[in-house]
Design a binder for this molecule. Structure first.
Ligand SMILES: N[C@@H](CCC(=O)N[C@@H](CS)C(=O)NCC(=O)O)C(=O)O
Length: 204
């Protein structure tokens, strides 16, 4: 197998790297430069038409895209330590929070990045700056919901570190990189960010 990866600050490839580090797994990787457009090169797109990273090429040639799908593939082979929950309720909670990170916060950060950031101005056909800016309050509101949850539990989906924390950490670090701060009043979220950033996997 071969995992097509991209270096920091790309948040989605980092999610898989953190996941693998938490599992203690080593997988052959090839790093592509998004800034140089390597993920849109003819050979790569012929292999993987979505032209996004990460993607996992299996030995039989199948291409598994989407971060969560890739991590679930490994989870099926290596269930310990569990990162997608252990019984129906905790599995559902991990799923719930991961989807909330992606669909609320992740979507807002993506829109801010695409439509307001000077680095994307050269690759995006048109930046709708006002629309991008309108996502800042959405990112703030999403972070406050995570803060509320983290006032009750040590990790986003409960007492155990999970894929939901990995999704939140990589999105948050990317948000910080593009200038979206953690709300000043979000004490629990800030403490969580320090805690999970101190895990060895966070350097992946
Ligand atoms: N839903 C996908 C998103 C993948 C994605 O957007 N990856 C970014 C890098 S972080 C990318 O390839 N961006 C370049 C592009 O979309 O052209 C996942 O979870 O893996």
């Amino acid at each position: 197998m071969l995992l097509y990866d991209a270096p920091m600050p790309a948040p989605n490839p980092r999610r898989v790297r953190i996941y693998l580090a938490e599992k203690g797994l080593t997988v052959p990787m090839q790093s592509l430069s998004i800034m140089a457009g390597e993920h849109k090169g003819a050979d790569f797109v012929a292999k993987y038409p979505a032209g996004q990273l990460p993607v996992l090429e299996l030995d039989d040639g199948r291409m598994i895209g989407e971060t969560i799908a890739i991590c679930r593939y490994f989870e099926a082979f290596y269930p310990e330590p569990p990162l997608f929950g252990t019984e129906p309720a905790s599995m559902a909670e991990v799923e719930m929070w991961t989807r909330r990170v992606e669909l609320t916060y992740g979507a807002a950060i993506r829109n801010i990045w695409i439509h307001t950031h000077p680095l994307t101005a050269r690759v995006v056909k048109q930046q709708y700056t006002e629309f991008g800016e309108s996502n800042r309050p959405l990112a703030h509101a999403a972070m406050m919901t995570f803060d509320a949850a983290l006032r009750k539990t040590a990790f986003l989906a409960g007492d155990a570190f999970s894929m939901a924390d990995i999704a939140l950490l990589s999105t948050m670090d990317f948000g910080l990189f593009i200038g979206v701060p953690i709300p000043e009043e979000a004490d629990a979220l800030k403490a969580w960010h320090q805690r999970v950033s101190a895990r060895p996997s966070a350097s992946a």
